[in-house]
Each structure stands twice: as C-alpha cells, then as structure tokens.
Design a protein around this ligand. Structure first.
Ligand SMILES: CC(=O)N[C@H]1[C@@H](OP(=O)(O)OP(=O)(O)OC[C@H]2O[C@@H](n3ccc(=O)[nH]c3=O)[C@H](O)[C@@H]2O)O[C@H](CO)[C@@H](O)[C@@H]1O[C@H](C)C(=O)N[C@@H](C)C(=O)N[C@H](CCC(=O)O)C(=O)O
Ligand SMILES: Nc1ncnc2c1ncn2[C@@H]1O[C@H](COP(=O)(O)OP(=O)(O)OP(=O)(O)O)[C@@H](O)[C@H]1O
Ligand SMILES: N[C@H](CCC[C@H](N)C(=O)O)C(=O)O
Ligand SMILES: [Mg+2]
Length: 485
C-alpha cells in the first residue's frame, strides 16, 4: 500500500522524505521488520521502541513513525513524526490491512470474568446460524474453522489487524473478541470500529499493572466511552458498576440481569450437574451449563444476538445446543464415582462463583475438595484472598503451584497461606507439585464428592522460570482415572 494513503489515517506533525512509496508491511517490533516495512516506535513498559529505530532500518525499514526524530536522519528513509505512536499504530495497521472492521461486524467483550466464555459462545452460535465467523480469545483465535494459537487475550495491534484482515478476506461476517483492560490502556484496539460492546463484571484483578481498582475500572469504561453511536453497549445490571460502564457512551445502551427488569431478563428455574432450565424474557430454555454465572453469561450471549438482529426464538434453539468452553467448568465423572471439575477461575471472585455454583448443585450430598494455586509475577494482593475464599467454601483445600513464572513456588504458596485463619488452616495442606496435588485430591475423594481444580483451565503448559513445559490438568485427571479402572 502507498504510504501517502496510509498517512490519511493519522495526523502527522512532520514528514521528512518521500511519501509516494510502497509500504510492504508494518511492525512495532524491530526484530520483525523486513524489507520495505514501516516501523512504528512505541514507548513500552520495558523498553522504548525509539531505541530500536536504527535496528529496524538495518532490517529493511524504509518508513519510521516516531514521536521524537532520531539525531541521525538516513537519506533513503521516510520519517513521520506524530504525537502518540501507541494510538497511531492501530490506525496505521488497520488501514494497511484494508480496514477490516468496515467489512464485518466486530463485537468486543470486556470485564474481569466471562469474556472468553461469552465471546466463544457467540462465535459458536453464529457459526450454528450458518455464518462465517471469527474469534479472538485467550484460548485460541479462529478464522472461521481455522485455529490460530495465541498467547494474549487481546493481541498486539499488528497481529490483531492482520487477523481481522484475514477474517474479512475470508468472508467472516461476524467477529467476537475479548477486549482486555491492558489492550484498552495500550490502545491495541485503536482504529477499530465496533458494532457492539458487552460488559460482564468487574472485580479485583491485574492490580500489578493498573495499580488501583479505579484505574482498572476506567480502562474498562474507556472501551464503552469510545464506542460509536451506531454500536450497542450491552451491560450487566447485576454488577454494581454495570451502569457506570455505559454512562458516558454514545452507543445504544441495553442491559441484562438475573434480578431486575430490563431488556434481557433471566431466571434459573432448575439446576443439576447436567445443566439448567432458564427463563429468558418469559420463554423457557434448557442449557448444558452449570452455575448462576453461566446463566448470566448466556443472557449476555442472548442479548448480543438479539441486538445483532437475530430472532429470539431462533436464538433460544441455538442456546440450548451450545456446550461449555474448554477448561471452563469442565466436569468429568471418575470411575470411583466422584466428579472432577477443571476451571480457569484465577481470581478470588471467580473462585467464589465457581464454588457456590458447585454447592448449589451438590446440596450437601458430598464434600468439596479444591486444588488451587496463584500465578507468579501477577497481582500479589489476590493470593491470600484466593486461599481464603477457597477454604471458606471447601471441605479440604490443597494449595499448589499455578504458573510460578519467575517467582519461587513456595513463596507464592506462603502468600496464599497468609490469608487463612487458624480454623481454615485445619482443612488446608500445601503440595508444590501440581500433579501430586491433583493425585492427592483424587485419593482423598469419596464417591459423590466434587474436586475443583482451579486456575489453569485450558492451559497446556506450566511456566517455570520462563520455560513452558507441557502440563494439562485434564490430561492429569484422565491418567488418574485410568488407574482407577
Ligand atoms: C505489560 C504488557 O502488557 N506488555 C505488553 C506490551 O509490551 P511492552 O510495552 O512491555 O513492550 P516493551 O518490551 O517495553 O517494548 C516497547 C516497544 O519496543 C519494541 N522493541 C523491543 C525490543 C526490541 O528489540 N525491538 C523493539 O522494537 C517492542 O516491540 C515494543 O513495541 O505490548 C506488547 C505488544 O502489544 C505486549 O506483547 C506486551 O505483553 C506482555 C508480553 C504481557 O505479558 N502482557 C500481559 C500482562 C497482557 O497483556 N495480558 C492481557 C490480559 C490477560 C487477561 O485476559 O487476563 C492480554 O490481553 O493478554
Ligand atoms: N460471568 C462470570 N462471573 C463470574 N465468574 C465467571 C463468569 N464467567 C466465568 N467465570 C469464572 O471465571 C473463569 C474464567 O472465565 P473466562 O475465561 O470466560 O473469563 P475471562 O474474562 O476470559 O478471563 P481472562 O481475563 O483470563 O481472559 C471461569 O473459569 C469461571 O470460573
Ligand atoms: N490472563 C491471565 C491468566 C492467568 C491464569 C493463571 N493460570 C496464571 O498463570 O496466573 C493473566 O495472565 O494474568
Ligand atoms: Mg479470557
């Protein structure tokens, strides 16, 4: 694409060099730059992209977009100076990849918990409706049926726009994506036009990054503040910040709730370990999901599908066909007769929700054994709370490792144990080795009991000191179940 056409997307303060040249690619990482590329220098949390301008030119960059011009100007390179490169990179990338969101309907989901679930269920539902669809999520990205592995919830702006560009080229009509708070602050979504935004809930998480809850809330809210007026903003009235989220948006506001009268009102009529019977806007539907929080997620899915123009009766048929997302309340019955649930709950709030959902269905007919750890190099404040909430809602707790990353596993466990009272401690043991911890839980479990294995859900690795070794909670369980036969 011609540079002069790309530059229409941004407000350049100064341009040095030729703008009538062909740009072959765009990147914000000098190491990924190839011949004829545009390199956008962005100030990050660890490094400053401006320090890599000469590296990018060595790798073939012919256009440099920056906030400060380097001292030495190369004669065969075009320099574009502007005030905010972090904001510009998304706009330039989306222009380069053919403005994909003008060709498809993009719906973003934000909130502390439930993003992957809602985005994935919408993607599955719209494929059931017969559309080509895309998904951008923590677990995996999909261009219709094609899986593209990911290591972010919301990818960097280059990867994101490249994906959206391919989705548009391959005829996807709808794309559902998770919008993490990091991606809003880092403007990874800059330049995209959303057809709708969905808010799930907000509780503490990521305070290592945002520092205060207010900043975290502002990050989520900024997503709604910036939605266009043609879009919908679907919020959860059951969250105490639900109305705050959409109070300054230009978009059409709609709401869902399990308690208050609103556009999309639901109620749990019956529940078991096989599923729930829900009432949604006075129509009954059987779903294959467990737990009130999933009833809330399904209401968001229902609401978004209505706002995208689908008929309520058709949506309910599809809703009843949907299955849980991998590693989200993934329940399996063991040969010994207990139930083991693998779930991605990795915040205090998610643990409360998932344990209460288990108790609602178990109704005291068995014990609950929880295996849980907390990630290293992430919000330390959540650790004691995760242990406390687990202990208060379980008969036994085994505290173990999640992804220790660059921390000592035992230090993380100690941070968790610090949240427990003397009484709580009586039902808690700690085992650093996660496999051993799961084995112990299975050995302790009696028929009718429920084991919750929390924190890693779909993950297929354990990250220890920067090395990701294969580890899969579900595989460990399968191996143990085989031994029980
Ligand atoms: C803290 C954080 O979010 N960091 C993200 C951020 O990186 P950064 O600002 O630290 O980048 P940096 O290392 O300071 O480098 C600055 C610039 O110099 C460039 N550079 C750097 C080195 C070099 O040799 N050449 C070069 O050009 C970099 O490409 C970058 O453009 O921008 C990068 C590109 O978008 C992200 O990949 C990176 O994610 C890191 C790896 C990360 O772990 N992020 C997590 C916390 C995250 O984003 N999580 C959220 C939410 C998860 C959830 O759902 O709960 C997510 O959306 O995944
Ligand atoms: N609506 C909800 N309210 C509270 N907890 C939920 C809700 N939906 C799911 N959970 C819990 O949170 C866990 C994570 O769910 P999910 O992966 O859908 O969230 P997410 O927002 O995508 O998380 P992440 O920020 O890690 O990407 C689930 O395993 C479940 O325990
Ligand atoms: N996207 C979240 C997931 C945490 C999952 C948990 N298994 C961990 O590694 O801490 C994060 O990066 O904080
Ligand atoms: Mg997610």
């Amino acid at each position: 694409m011609k540079l002069e056409n790309m530059l229409k997307a941004v407000n350049a303060q100064q341009i040095i060099g030729d703008t009538n040249l062909e740009v072959n690619g765009i990147h914000m990482d000098s190491r990924m730059v190839k011949n004829g590329f545009m390199f956008v220098a962005v100030k990050g949390t660890q490094a400053d992209g401006h320090n890599y301008i000469s590296k990018a030119i060595e790798n073939g960059a012919t256009v440099i977009v920056c906030e400060q011009l380097p001292v030495h100007i190369e004669s065969n390179v075009t320099y574009v100076q502007l005030s905010d490169t972090e904001e510009a990179v998304g706009k330039l990338a989306t222009t380069f990849y053919g403005d994909p969101t003008s060709k498809l309907e993009l719906v973003g989901v934000t909130g502390t918990n439930g993003k992957t679930t809602i985005a994935t269920l919408l993607y599955n539902m719209f494929r059931l409706f017969g559309y080509k669809a895309g998904l951008i999520s923590t677990v995996c990205n999909y261009i219709d049926g094609e899986a593209i592995p990911t290591d972010h919830t919301t990818p960097d702006p280059i990867t994101l726009n490249q994906l959206l560009g391919r989705m548009a080229d391959e005829g996807c009509k709808y794309v559902f994506m998770e919008v993490s708070s990091h991606s809003v602050v880092q403007k990874r979504i800059s330049g995209l036009t959303f057809a709708g935004g969905i808010f799930t809930n907000i509780t503490r998480d990521h305070l290592d990054y945002h520092k205060t809850f207010e900043n975290y809330l502002k990050a989520k809210k900024a997503f709604f503040d910036n939605l266009p007026k043609q879009a919908f903003a679907l919020t959860n009235l059951d969250d105490k910040n639900g109305t705050v989220m959409t109070q300054n948006t230009k978009a059409k506001v709609a709401a869902y709730s399990l308690h208050s009268l609103c556009d999309f009102k639901g109620k749990v009529l019956e529940d078991s370990f096989d599923g729930m019977l829900l009432d949604i806007n006075n129509r009954e539907v059987n779903v294959q999901f467990i737990g009130r929080f999933n009833a809330s997620n399904l209401l968001a899915v229902y609401g978004a599908a209505c706002l995208l123009g689908k008929r309520p009766e058709d949506i309910l048929v599809k809703l009843s066909m949907l299955r849980p997302v991998s590693g989200r309340f993934d329940a399996k019955r063991s040969p010994k007769g207990y139930t083991a649930i693998v779930d991605y709950a990795h915040t205090p709030d998610a643990l409360v929700n998932v344990l209460e959902a288990i108790h609602e269905v178990l109704r005291g007919r068995g014990q609950v054994i929880t295996v849980v750890g907390a990630g290293g190099n992430r919000d330390k404040g959540k650790r004691p709370l995760m242990a406390k909430e687990s202990a208060q809602r379980s008969d036994k707790v085994i505290i173990t490792s999640d992804n220790p990353r660059f921390e000592e596993p035992q230090d993380i466990i100690n941070d968790m144990l610090a949240g427990l009272s003397k009484d709580d401690m009586k039902k808690v043991i700690s085992i650093v080795d996660r496999k051993e911890a799961i084995r112990t839980a299975c050995m302790l479990a009696q028929p009718q009991d429920v084991i919750l294995i929390a924190g890693k859900g779909h993950e297929t690795y354990q990250d220890v000191k920067g090395v990701k070794s294969h580890f899969d909670d579900k595989e460990v369980l399968e191996e143990i179940f085989k031994g029980e036969l």
